[in-house]
Design a binder for this molecule. Structure first.
Ligand SMILES: Cc1ncc(COP(=O)(O)O)c(C=O)c1O
Length: 375
């Protein structure tokens, strides 16, 4: 059996063991400590904002943000259908209703015009609007100028789900710096990882301080453990923050490598009929967390699933793109605005192995397997 090529495995800088050892040696083996403080400062700097709170996951970061901005049971939270479920489960935790909106074909991200329709419908049907969550899909920022303008029209707060987009930019500003707050993920498959973890970043100090409080069981500053409200246990461990600092230290190099890998795939496979790589919007630089494309089976002569199977037969991991939320049984009753674009992307969309450390040999193997499917 050939050696396995994973979709997006962790890539180490070489300083991780030293960093984790430093944290353990200091005996700060706790969900607070100097590594958490430093990681939060470094994350805020990376995202070009004033403040950050490191969390147990990206999902936790979004949950804290929705809670802190005042989303209540029964509110409507609007999000793109084409995303990973972690974007929207926090709305369900709160008992809010999620409405889904289709993507734009040119960016695969939230369609601002349909967002406007969704918000107008919520307003005319007398729903309270809790939040809009935009997503930077596969590492490409959503069109924040347009989305923010629509949100402002309805006075609804915007949260940026930048879980997949650490290191990407929109009009020169870093992913995570848009809306009221940005959520990051350091899950094992992301461009930097703490095994599991996340962060909420924002220029709004009050919001981050409030989220840090909520993430610490809403514990009041009393020796005897005083609580006036219910919070969560969502802080990141100091040991994992040390790991995160090591990972974050070469983020630019990671982005460069993933973008170069994307360019290589385009060069090696772009001539195949029916192959369309995820477009790059003019407004920014995606981190190309995953290289994604659609395959038109009529033109290519084989389906996306045929390609996944051919790769799997040689121990190479590839996957379909995210299954849209409005097609998920758990959201069968949710409202959806549009849908054709993300349904088509899901029918034909493929994620190719995209690890930061993929070698020339790995790339050649994937390319030749993909080409072989056509015969
Ligand atoms: C778009 C998106 N949102 C949210 C999440 C949730 O992050 P986490 O897995 O850290 O909870 C992820 C990834 O896992 C994601 O890809």
């Amino acid at each position: 059996m050939s050696e396995r090529i994973y979709l997006s495995p962790p890539a180490q800088t070489g300083t991780e063991i030293e960093a984790v050892t430093r944290a353990i040696a200091s005996n700060w083996i706790a969900p607070l400590g100097p590594e958490v403080d430093a990681f939060e400062a470094e994350l805020a700097a990376q995202c070009g904002v004033g403040h950050a709170v490191a969390t147990a996951s990206g999902t936790a970061a979004i949950h804290l943000a929705l809670h802190a901005i005042g989303v209540k049971p029964g509110d409507v939270v609007v999000a793109p259908s084409f995303t990973f479920i972690g974007t929207v489960t926090p709305a369900a935790f709160i008992g809010a209703e999620t409405w889904f909106v289709d993507s734009e074909p040119g960016t695969w991200n939230l369609n601002p015009k349909l967002l406007n329709v969704a918000l107008a419908t919520a307003r005319s049907d007398n729903h309270r609007l809790g939040a809009v969550i935009a997503v930077d899909l596969f590492g490409q920022c959503a069109d924040y100028d347009q989305i923010q303008e629509v949100c402002d029209r309805y006075g609804v707060p915007l949260i940026a789900d930048a879980a997949e987009a650490v290191g990407a930019t929109y009009k020169g500003s870093p992913a995570g710096s848009f809306g009221r707050a940005g959520a990051l993920s350091f899950n094992g498959n992301k461009i930097i990882t703490t095994s599991g973890g996340g962060a909420l970043v924002s220029d709004d100090e009050e919001l981050i301080v409030r989220c840090r409080h909520l993430a610490t069981q809403a514990r009041e500053p009393e020796l005897h453990y005083e609580h006036v409200e219910v919070g969560y246990n969502y802080r990141m461990s100091n040991v994992l923050a040390a790991l995160g600092r090591a990972q974050l230290s070469n983020i630019e190099e990671r982005v460069g490598k993933r973008r170069a890998l994307f360019a290589r795939y385009v060069e090696e496979l772009g001539d195949l009929p029916g192959f369309d790589f995820m477009p790059e919007a003019e407004y920014g630089l995606p981190n190309r967390w995953l290289t994604t494309l659609t395959i038109d089976p009529d033109q290519f002569g084989a389906t996306r699933s045929d390609v996944i199977e051919a790769l799997a037969a040689d121990n190479v991991e590839a996957r379909p793109v995210w299954k849209p939320m409005h097609m998920q049984p758990v959201f069968a009753l949710a409202r959806m605005f549009g849908g054709e674009v993300c349904e088509r992307l899901f029918a034909n969309g493929l994620c190719l192995p995209s690890g930061t450390d993929m070698t020339e040999e790995d790339i050649a193997r994937v390319v030749s397997l993909v080409r072989s499917v056509r015969g």
